[in-house]
Ligand binder design. Structure first.
Ligand SMILES: [Zn+2]
Ligand SMILES: [Zn+2]
Length: 233
């Protein structure tokens, strides 16, 4: 069966995420765009995943717990997980090596932790848009340790991508899943990188971009495990 996906969505917790990116708005926009599965992937944190999952509980859409980690080399890696516990464990690992810089909301934007009613529960103090202490392959290894899927984010972008920062995709890379941004053509990249699984997500920081590429995966069943199998194989 086909499932339409968007595995890279930010909430109002990412400083660059629009304040309209609340749990209810995200789920409703994804449903409007007929998506079957989304992943919540804020910068170096997963604090809003739980609320989005709660909103989706009684709706026909899968919410995959995720995070977008910035490696030591300033490369963005999306981690997707089977459950909330795993993504919280990753967050703990990442937070250990994030510099203790306070967010300046007036400059970078606010970092809002929300509940399932879209109420602001807390403003996260620690600035999220920084590199953690772990290298690219170490980040990928830790994601795998928690049975997650590691995806190199927006490889076609001129910043924070493996190609922009290393000039190539390393031969010893511990994952074979690459994401291209919404601006590029999926067919072109599939032909270019035949040894990799190429996916395309929106990296939405605003509601209007959620599901904009309208891509699908062939899966055996509509659940996270089957989605992961389709990504690995
Ligand atoms: Zn990114
Ligand atoms: Zn992103």
């Amino acid at each position: 069966m086909k499932i339409y996906y968007d595995f890279h969505i930010h909430t109002a917790l990412s400083p660059c995420g629009d304040e309209s990116m609340t749990p209810n708005n995200i789920v409703n926009m994804a449903l409007l765009n007929e998506l079957d599965a989304i992943a919540i992937t804020d910068h170096n944190t997963c604090e809003n995943v739980k609320a989005v999952m709660k909103v989706a509980e009684d709706k026909d859409i899968i919410v995959i717990p995720g995070i977008e980690i910035e490696t030591k080399e300033e490369i963005h890696v999306v981690g997707l997980f089977l459950d909330l516990e795993s993504v919280y464990n990753i967050q703990t690992e990442i937070f250990k090596g994030l510099p203790n810089i306070k967010n300046k909301a007036d400059i970078f934007g606010s970092q809002l932790i929300l509940n399932e009613n879209d109420d602001v529960v807390e403003e996260l103090d620690k600035f999220l848009m920084t590199a953690c202490a772990l290298s690219l392959n170490k980040v990928i290894d830790i994601i795998h340790e928690y049975n997650g899927i590691a995806i190199l984010a927006h490889i076609d972008r001129p910043s924070y991508s493996v190609i922009s920062n290393l000039g190539m995709i390393p031969d010893d890379l511990n994952t074979s899943i690459l994401e291209i941004s919404r601006f590029s053509q999926l067919d072109k990249y599939i032909k270019l990188y035949t040894n990799y699984k190429i996916i395309q997500s929106s990296d939405a920081h605003e509601l209007g971009y959620i599901g904009i590429s309208h891509n699908f995966l062939e899966v055996d069943a509509k659940n996270i495990k089957s989605i992961f199998n389709a990504l690995i194989n």
